[in-house]
Design a protein around this ligand. Sequence first.
Ligand code: SF4
Ligand code: SF4
Length: 587
Amino acid sequence: MLAQLFRFKGGVKPQTNKAISVHEPIGQAPLPARLFVPLHQSIGGAPSPLVQAGDTVLKGQLIGGADAWVSAAVHAPTSGRVLAVEPHVAAHPSGLPTLCVVIEPDGRDEWIERRPVDHRSLAPERVRELLRDAGVVGLGGAAFPSHAKLTPARAVAMEHLVINGAECEPFMTCDDMLMRERADEIVRGIAIFRELLSAREVLIGIEDNKPAAIAAMQEAVLRLAPDYRVVAVPTRYPAGGAKQLIRVLTGKEVPASRRSTELGVQCFNVATVYTAYRALTHGEPVLSRIVTLTGNVEQPRNWEVSLGTPMREVVALARPRADSSSFLMGGPMMGFEIPDLDAPVVKATNCIIAGSPGLFPPPPPEMPCIRCGACAEVCPHELQPFELYWFSRARNFGKTQEYYIFDCIECGCCSYVCPSHIPLVQYFRFAKSEIWAREREKQAADAAKERFELRNARAEREQAEKAERLARAASARTSEKKAPPEPAPAADHPPAAAGEAATTASEAEAAKKAAIAAAIERARLQRESAQPRNTDRLSAGQQREIAAVEARRAARSTADTTATTGTAATTDPGGAAVAPAGSQRDE
Ligand code: SF4
Ligand code: SF4
């Protein structure tokens, strides 16, 4: 049945250079004298070491446990002795060291006990845990832990499981050879993923420049899973990008900042499903991967290489020519120059290309942008690379984000077509790394601020609690001082006694009032006695006159008394006869 295909926007058609490395079957690379196994080989958390110097390990033994849900375990690629757990140069453009378990192989290649499982007898959660603990990650180059992608969206039914065999990067043939040689295992691995996701349909996309791989996969599908569809997609870079392949096979456009599961689609690389099958059905964790050795070498070929093998020893297998001047990890479009061949092969190492001035001539000098728009035409994510370039160059990182720099998959199509030879992707990588660095700084500053505010809040709370305690203590002391004497027990004060007490109190009050009144009277009398009489300090004449008046008054008083008692006549004090009563008298 012919499948309907859709086009994705943009893309380029560089020379593929794939044929040179597919003449020989996959070779088994020998074990090196020392393996440098990085503990952090996937996106997400860095596994913590479970071994130390001096330990002996068996092949497949866990040496780094996943430390988070988005993380994947790491295992010893062979049996031997742990020489050290120490930093070693990493397979990264920066060349910065990363923590590695250094193992000296003992040559026996002795396996730990392998425990195959039947995934159908286990709960999906348990299967995902087993995949995480087996170190299964995306082997297309992204190294995203696969178990984390195997949880279907709740709201949307899983329509399509897309298996990515496109391998669109020039020179690279590791997936091609894997499909040719191990198609059955890939198809069985797909079955596991399909069941975990309950996917309605399986679509296996392979670029049409790999006819042998297409044939091998079709044959395996016919035997093992006839309802899967192997689809040959047009060779156009970057058809192997997940969003581009989903678009080509299903017609669904995954919008920026959305996950494909929200549209009912999930995508995995062929090598990823292969390792998942080996992990569950054979109990073999991810210990090696297939690496394409190609470019300016005498013997281009694919090799199965133990993880941790120094690239120098791997490259030697291909016999690089004398004029080889550089080595790329990954393809020429998205790869990077290996800063140090002592860096080890990791799960993301899909290809090593020896470069030479003839193969990769030095780029012509960068010229000013002429705003031709060619870069925008080929961008598969419909970005405006020239705008991103201007803003990155001007360090206007806010604007680069407004122009969706994080939607850029760094496919390199824009750089490939730029007539001014501007290394656009390098500008974008620079801008992204600066934004990430600033974001990390901001997060660190926010965390410090939060800690500071929490500390202040705690100090204030403690201060308030202390003040409250002191206030309560002071209040208690004041209450003790003002408290009335203890009331006597009720039996000591019967009602009759209370009445007597009231009477005594009123008598006392009356006596007090009387005393006060007596005191007032005494004071009044004292005052009166102290006042001078108006007859004081009279002259002698006045005294005599008064005495005379008093005498006459006394005499008259005596006469009146006599008359009253019958006496006929009286005599005045001067001897003169006094007229009887009733006669006119002249005084
Ligand atoms: S292709 Fe190059 S020169 Fe043309 S617009 Fe883009 S950046 Fe400018
Ligand atoms: S590198 Fe980024 S901007 Fe350039 S074409 Fe690819 S996705 Fe577009």
